[in-house]
Design a protein around this ligand. Sequence first.
Ligand code: EPZ
Length: 427
Amino acid sequence: MDQIVIRGGQRLKGRIPISGAKNAALTLLPCALLTDEPLTLRNLPRLADVDGFGHLLNQLGCSTTIEGSRPEDFGRVMTARATTLTSTVAPYDIVRKMRASILVLGPLLARAGEATVSLPGGCAIGNRPIDLHLKALEAFGAEIELASGYVKAVAPGGRLAGGKFTFPVVSVGATENAAMAAVLAKGTCVLENAAREPEIVDLCNCLVAMGAHIEGIGTETLTIEGVDRLHGATYRVMADRIEAGSYACAAVITEGDVELVGAKASEMEATLAALRAAGATVEDTKGGIRVAMADRAQPVTLSTAPYPGFATDMQAQFMAMATLGTGASLFTETIFENRYMHVPELARMGCDIQVKGRTAVVRGVDKLIGAPVMATDLRASMSLIIAGLAAQGTTEVNRVYHLDRGYERLEEKLQAVGADIERISAG
Ligand code: EPZ
């Protein structure tokens, strides 16, 4: 397994290109199943999960063709076309490796009137149930059966009727699955307390470009009037606000000065407000966002929340940044039940972090010492990279396959702004 080795202490200076958003790409790709015409996605990031999703689409009869990239994009252009579906089954061996595969459930149900998808199971950060996905689809008329670890969903008469569902808790994936199921329903579907993340806006904008009728985009109430068919489209994947926020934390902890090229401030206001509260200079530039820091971070108190609150996907990275700050910072993780897996690994580098239930207190220390550490999940592994960039000595991050799921060309991007970082391939 590959390892990333960092010799800490370099201030990051320069421009970091921000790739297309993983969490937008993973909900835009299944949209190709909703039409027999080609869907072309631009600015698609080169990530393990994106490749995995392309493989899943192929299994369902959807062709995927990579067409290079455009100069104004950092990612690739992919055209996906499901002229006819050859299967409506997402098998366990694919779904267990990539939970986002569950996002074919809604589109298959809408296009083919049926879908059989393996239950995704849990992961390192939580048991990740999908009950809300299923309840929303049932509210639109789907008949759902659970058997032998699979969800079998059927639309009576081959088409969802329409209906209304109010989410008891905000769920990004359930909102995405329900919206993709609703666009081809016979009637109108209403989702209340829907997720409002920018990735949901990206999904809705792509569906509208394909001919869907959606009102309330960006709000907690989505009203979707079903249409008989959707057509193809060309759509550019939004910039990855979590990747941008992660590199911002790296800039702050190294007391550097970077421009996050392609990042959009309007999509990451809570992250930028937290960076300013920590004492960073944050300003819009023509091409993105500049983040600079001349001193140690000030203490912050942060609680994760659905958008527009502080993103749970930024918690581990921000915590790493706070470890070298002054005073005591307080983090509360309200979304996932086990999202502090990075804490024992950060402690190996000399961080002072006390976890009690959903809350963690981070007391700033004067220095971090590089050490061999283990990545456990995607964002935890980025927190170890961030700490390693500022630690004295060498940090070896193992199990970097976690990182490759969400950070495109990470060492290349960090080398370009002065980091002493390399990937050691284990053959
Ligand atoms: C998406 O996961 C993201 N993944 C996650 O990013 C992100 O952390 C999460 O949204 C929250 O923003 C993708 O977009 C591929 P949820 P998702 O449904 O959709 C509970 C990363 O690091 N819930 O919004 O799975 C759930 O247990 C990844 O990029 C139910 O109870 O998250 C959690 O407590 C990690 N029943 C809360 O809702 C359900 O049916 C939020 O989960 C669904 C969710």
